[in-house]
Design a protein around this ligand. Structure first.
Ligand code: ATP
Length: 318
């Protein structure tokens, strides 16, 4: 992987800028208690995988968003689109009218727990910075990204990183080699706030409180060691997601998806982030192909997608 700094340095005052940005899976998602500001404290090990959205920026007479791809109908094209918010924020920082047409090609499942909206926001920051020649440093883009959402800084960074705070305070995590994943895409999405709400409800049902009784979240040293050494079996055994029970409670059919993947030889299986996409770790590329076929024929998901990782964050490709 080239250094993340290289992304911003691709900036040139071009009339078309195309940026490719990956999805993420949380190989660990430890959810702490609800904080006074309503967010949950997290220890989130983000892992960037090769399922991509592409955002193309061209000058326009106003801010315009268009979306293409299977899930396009579920993506807003008004000011609530995170890519539009990113363009406005960068423009406001530099006193520039955000007159840009952002065309988004969605390859990342929408509302799938893979940070698709955050990815588009990160891509829009990189694309508009290049289009407008604003020459932001990586640190400046990361600061704007954190204002846009907890997952946006990681979509800029890529690779593997530990996210603390509400997920936006990132520390890169060393990784050896490439891992092979299969993602079981579900029919329809899950709302991230609804899944956190269900997590709190289940904690209270269990007799505790959703805030003060919950232990402080921390990265699992066994998982970090598995990533560092490239040990796929150890990583598969260490995968964990504190939101999984809540996602399964809201979408019980996901238990069938997880079982289908495990029965077909996955080395590890978990719900991705807030779901409903399920993530499966395979021993190698051939095992991933076999696993994807088994998942598709099980009828327990809408589609199975292969992806390797870790990969770079938002990167200009023209
Ligand atoms: P996360 O994993 O960060 O919690 P997610 O992957 O579950 O997020 P997204 O794909 O980011 O979910 O979409 C969540 C909602 O955000 C969508 O239902 C949609 O209404 C809205 N949204 C705003 N901008 C975008 C965008 N550019 N792409 C997708 N959804 C967007």
């Amino acid at each position: 992987m080239s250094s993340p700094e290289s992304v911003a340095s691709v900036a040139s005052v071009d009339s078309v800028v195309r940026v490719r940005v990956p999805a993420k899976v949380n190989v660990q998602l430890a959810v702490g208690g609800r904080r006074a500001d309503g967010f949950h404290g997290l220890a989130s090990v983000f892992f960037a995988v090769g399922l991509y959205d592409e955002v193309t920026a061209v000058p326009s007479d106003r801010l315009r968003i268009t979306v293409e791809g299977a899930d396009a109908a579920h993506v807003p094209t008004d000011d609530s689109n995170l890519a539009a918010k990113a363009a406005r924020l960068l423009g406001a920082r530099h006193g520039i009218e955000p007159n840009v047409h952002l065309h988004i090609v969605k390859g990342i499942p929408v509302a799938g727990g893979m940070a698709g909206g955050s990815a588009d926001a990160a891509a829009a920051l990189v694309a508009c910075d290049a289009l407008w020649g604003t020459g932001s440093s990586r640190a400046e883009l990361v600061e704007l990204a954190a204002e846009l959402g907890s997952d946006v800084p990681f979509s800029l960074l890529g690779g593997v990183a530990l996210g603390e705070g509400r997920g936006e305070l990132l520390t890169p995590v060393p990784v050896a080699g490439t891992f092979h994943w299969v993602f079981a895409v579900a029919d329809g999405g899950l709302s991230t706030p609804a899944v956190y709400g269900e997590c709190d409800r289940l904690r209270e049902l269990g007799g505790g409180s959703a805030d003060s009784d919950v232990p402080a979240p921390a990265a699992d040293p066994v998982l970090l060691a598995a990533l560092r050494s490239g040990d796929v079996t150890a990583l598969g055994a260490a995968l964990s997601n504190d939101l999984q029970d809540a996602a399964l409670s809201l979408r019980p059919g996901l238990a069938d998806t997880l079982r289908a993947g495990t029965d077909a030889g996955a080395i590890g299986a978990l719900v991705s982030g807030s779901g409903p996409t399920c993530a499966f770790l395979a021993k190698d590329a051939a095992a991933a192909r076999t696993l994807a076929e088994a998942l598709e024929s099980s009828g327990s998901c809408q589609a199975a997608r292969l992806a390797e990782g870790p990969v770079l964050g938002a990167t200009a490709v023209n």
